[in-house]
Design a protein around this ligand. Structure first.
Ligand SMILES: *Cc1c(COP(=O)(O)O)cnc(C)c1O
Length: 517
């Protein structure tokens, strides 16, 4: 996304109607909110006092009463702020501003503009800014041409920068609130986040924690799973799933996957249940939920709890219900690149079970039920308040992103239908496409060629868990999960994020067509 920062004089031209009608209309268009814009419009907060001062003075010169001019100016500013994004500059940048230019206010605008991540230009009717070349400056006549130019950026596997610009004002507000109150760990934002997330998923309890790995361990500990126990899971996942079962002291029992969805095959679960089985831990891989009705039915028959590893599926739906609210416990991760990511490590647990919720809350904080009283063994699984503050800002746009992800995933599949094995999304599922993953026979070669074309890719995952050296003590052998083994040789994830444009998708698909020849 591109960024236009409007200079004071452009806004004054509009407010005081100092330019021809055609130009007034053009400026008003730049400010107006719109659906299909490829840019965001910003005003530097440092411009507001100048705007107020000059607008009031000029309106009075034009014959308005003092009080009337004041109110008219405030109405103009309020209207402006309802439409544009307000850009801030940080304290340390004020010192730099003084060194950069002899006009402090101009330098502040340049400093503020350089905080943005996308291509940025200052729109001004007198090109007087000393930008050091980092930020462009445009006259109104040049704006359209600049907006039409390609944003000269390489294809990103996951674009967190555009998202950051999209939510910057809210993000800054939330983070600064934490700096102000100073409760850096498990502060008030953590509880606020838990309420927002529980409401979103539609369950009674949310327990925010330090990472998606820790939440899996906390869930297993809360269920009392340990030495001598077995937990049924999928081998086609990130290491953390099986690793936390082993760390809890239990044995991961790997059950092969469905070849279409890559999720655990419910038809194979029953045969893997033994007298030592204490839980089933399916993963909702690539953003698509496992078949929970089938899994829960088996679990009920054997009286087993089910933990969903929803680290990749937060926001996804299964038969209309949200991921993480589909079984005994739902667990997710807020690692930055996950569908809902923070700016560090984070995770959350979900349940409708009061006793389990209490146990998980205690385990999260060293097993304590009140300060320095520890009825059980726990871990340091607390969440940083700044991470909760970031997530609260992201939750305001999350559902829009979920919708965009579904649209982009479907669009990719239209593009690639005839040249790749595209993802199969079961009719009861709405995927959040944590990854957009296709299959190709000569994966390593294709990946190398795509890399040369500037298209980043990844293999999720090249070695299934039952063949990882770390799990060799559990005695799994080559050939025991043939579907996972075959998939691990062919899967490849393409760039995927909610801000992927039609143009970038075309670039990726064009490169793909060349790379597979
Ligand atoms: C990312 C991930 C995890 C671990 O989450 P962290 O927050 O990185 O600890 C666990 N399981 C799956 C399936 C994941 O993708």
């Amino acid at each position: 996304m591109k960024n236009l920062v409007l200079d004071v004089n452009v806004l004054l031209d509009l407010w005081l109607q100092r330019v021809p009608e055609k130009v007034l209309f053009f400026i008003a268009e730049l400010i107006a909110k719109g659906e299909n814009k490829n840019y965001w419009t910003w005003v530097s907060s440092s411009s507001l006092s100048t705007l107020e001062y000059i607008a009031r003075r000029e309106l009075k010169k034009g014959g308005m009463e003092g009080e009337q001019a004041k109110q008219a100016t405030h109405a103009l500013i309020a209207d402006l702020l309802a439409n544009v994004r307000l850009l801030t500059q940080f304290g340390f940048q004020q010192v730099m501003a003084l060194q950069l230019s002899n006009d402090v206010e101009d330098a502040q605008i340049v400093m503020a503009a350089s905080n943005l991540q996308g291509s940025t230009a200052i729109v001004t009717n007198e090109k007087r800014f000393q930008t050091g070349g980092e930020v462009a400056q445009l006259s109104l006549l040049e704006v359209n041409t600049w907006l039409r130019q390609d944003e000269n950026r390489s294809v990103e596997f996951i674009d967190l920068k555009t998202q950051q610009d999209a939510i910057r004002p809210q993000l800054e507000h939330n983070i600064h609130r934490v700096l102000a109150h100073g409760q850096y760990i498990m502060g008030p934002e953590v509880q606020e986040l838990e309420e927002v997330l529980a409401g979103y998923v539609g369950v009674k309890h949310c327990i925010a924690a330090s990472s998606g790995t820790d939440t899996l361990l906390i869930a297993l500990m809360a269920l009392g799973i340990g030495s001598g126990d077995e937990v049924i899971t999928t081998p086609f996942t990130f290491i953390a799933t099986g690793e936390m079962i082993a760390l809890a002291g239990a044995k991961p029992v790997f059950v092969d996957i469905d070849p279409l969805t890559y999720n655990i095959d419910p038809n194979l679960i029953e045969a893997a249940i033994s007298s030592r089985t204490k839980a089933i831990m399916p993963v909702s891989l690539y953003g698509q939920c496992a078949d929970f009705d089938a899994i829960n039915l088996i679990a009920e028959k054997y009286n087993l709890p089910v933990i969903e590893d929803g680290a990749q599926s937060f926001g996804a739906r299964y038969k209309g219900r949200r991921s993480c609210g589909l079984s005994t416990i739902g667990s997710t991760s807020f690692f930055p690149s996950k569908p809902l990511g923070c700016y560090g490590d984070g995770g959350a647990l979900f349940t409708n079970d009061d006793a389990l919720a209490k146990a998980m809350r205690e385990i999260r904080v060293h097993g304590q039920d009140r300060r320095y009283h520890h009825p059980r063994i726990g871990i340091n699984g607390r969440m940083d308040t700044i991470q909760a503050a970031v997530l609260l800002a992201k939750m305001k746009v999350f559902e829009e992103e979920v919708t965009a992800r579904a649209r982009i995933g479907a669009r990719y599949s239209e593009f690639l239908r005839d040249v790749a094995v595209t993802p199969y999304i079961a009719p009861e599922n709405r995927s959040v496409y944590a990854q957009y993953t296709v299959q190709v026979e000569n994966r390593d070669e294709v990946q190398q060629r795509l890399k040369e074309f500037g298209v980043p890719t990844a293999a999720h995952y090249p070695v299934p868990l039952h063949l990882q050296l770390a799990f060799s003590c559990f005695g799994s052998s080559d050939g025991s999960c043939p579907v996972s083994e075959a998939a691990s040789n062919k899967v490849m994830s393409l760039p995927m994020h909610p801000f992927l444009t039609e143009e970038t998708m075309s670039t990726v698909v064009r490169s793909w067509r060349e790379a597979i020849i």
